[in-house]
Design a protein around this ligand. Structure first.
Ligand code: ZN
Length: 141
């Protein structure tokens, strides 16, 4: 059901400030940025091999990413696992009585369909399931 780590979500106070580390120092490249209004977040995509880093900057002082940073500072906020069929994955998890934040998939950055598992069901790690359209190996269809 899970094929790879799709991306790692990293909460930052400023994508522009973080750009110095990821681009100038580490030599990676931010290929795209996108505002996901529903989640009050601006996302910057940094491909790394088959996976990506996703820098997450809050667009509002009380958005989920702003609250995360207020609680525990900048850092890894979630890990996203790629699934081919998110509807099937959610059905399987529900049948195994796994607690979910999202009972149904919602729209994520890059046109993905995503759903979060509840951290109480995952030893404290926020896990996102992520289904992408297009070619099976297309990073962001
Ligand atoms: Zn994500």
């Amino acid at each position: 059901m899970i094929s790879r780590i799709d991306h790692i979500g990293i909460a930052v106070t400023s994508i522009d400030a973080a750009r110095v580390l990821y681009e100038d120092i580490l030599g990676l490249k931010i290929t795209d940025t996108e505002v996901v209004a529903e989640q009050q977040v601006k996302v910057a995509f940094i491909p790394v091999g088959d996976s990506e880093l996703e820098l997450l900057e809050s667009t509002s002082p009380d958005g989920p990413i702003a609250r995360f940073i207020a609680r525990q500072g900048e850092g890894i906020q979630h890990i996203a696992l790629r699934v081919a069929d998110i509807d099937e994955a959610l059905r399987t998890l529900k049948s195994k009585k796994v607690r979910l934040i999202d009972e149904e998939p919602r729209r994520g950055a890059g046109g993905a369909r995503i759903a979060f598992l509840h951290p109480k069901a995952t030893n404290g790690t926020l896990i996102e399931l992520c289904e992408r359209g297009g070619e099976p190996d297309d990073n962001r269809g």
